[in-house]
Design a protein around this ligand. Sequence first.
Ligand code: C5P
Length: 234
Amino acid sequence: MEQLLVALDVDSRRRALELCNQLRGTVGGFKIGSRLFTSEGPSLVSTLVEHGDRVFLDLKYHDIPTVVAQAVQAASRLGTWMLTVHIAGGLKMLQAASDAARQADRPPLVVGVTVLTSLDSKELERIGIHRTMQDQVEDLAQLATDAGVDGIVASPQEVARLRARLGPNITIVTPGIRSAKGTGAPLRDDQIRTLGPAEAMRAGASYLVVGRPIIASSDPPAAARAIVSELENL
Ligand code: C5P
């Protein structure tokens, strides 16, 4: 299932490769975040790419434009399929990331992070943003699309509004997916506002990122297949 991406939120190469071997063919790609990347480094990306996997490198680049462009070039050379940048890095940084990706031999998709799901409105105030979460998320998403990036990361409850505002061509990547099927019970962990996989796709998501409901399951392939079957019945 092309749209289902699995978050490899583990800290060893051995465990990551074990999960990939179990899930390859059932899911559409694997997300490597800062934890696994910091532990195991770029060679893990190369290994997965050699296996033909799509690698979503979620390192949320946020730096001056030149540095981000160089990081995007390096990620592209590894064969990364999709990567994240922080939209708060601004228009020039987003354009630099997008230009660097387009110039690559195998251009990765660049998707922008709006507001981290760990921030609430009180925390936004503390970092000097005195307006609603929704306004902040929507304006950052608009900035990302104006800058020419391929897509954005959006929580399930934001997807429908953002899809309506940004149109059909923008890629929307959605974490925060929880489903009763395949996990024995609704499993929320620290995901507060969740949607089931089919609901998220219906709301307009392009890709779903699922971590713990699959990787912490006693039977990851079965958990992945359960989500796939929900998506196939859309
Ligand atoms: O919750 P789950 O394990 O499915 O998380 C999958 C991905 O969702 C994580 O790798 C992380 O990037 C993202 N996440 C998030 N907000 C949270 C928890 C996880 O955006 N509160």
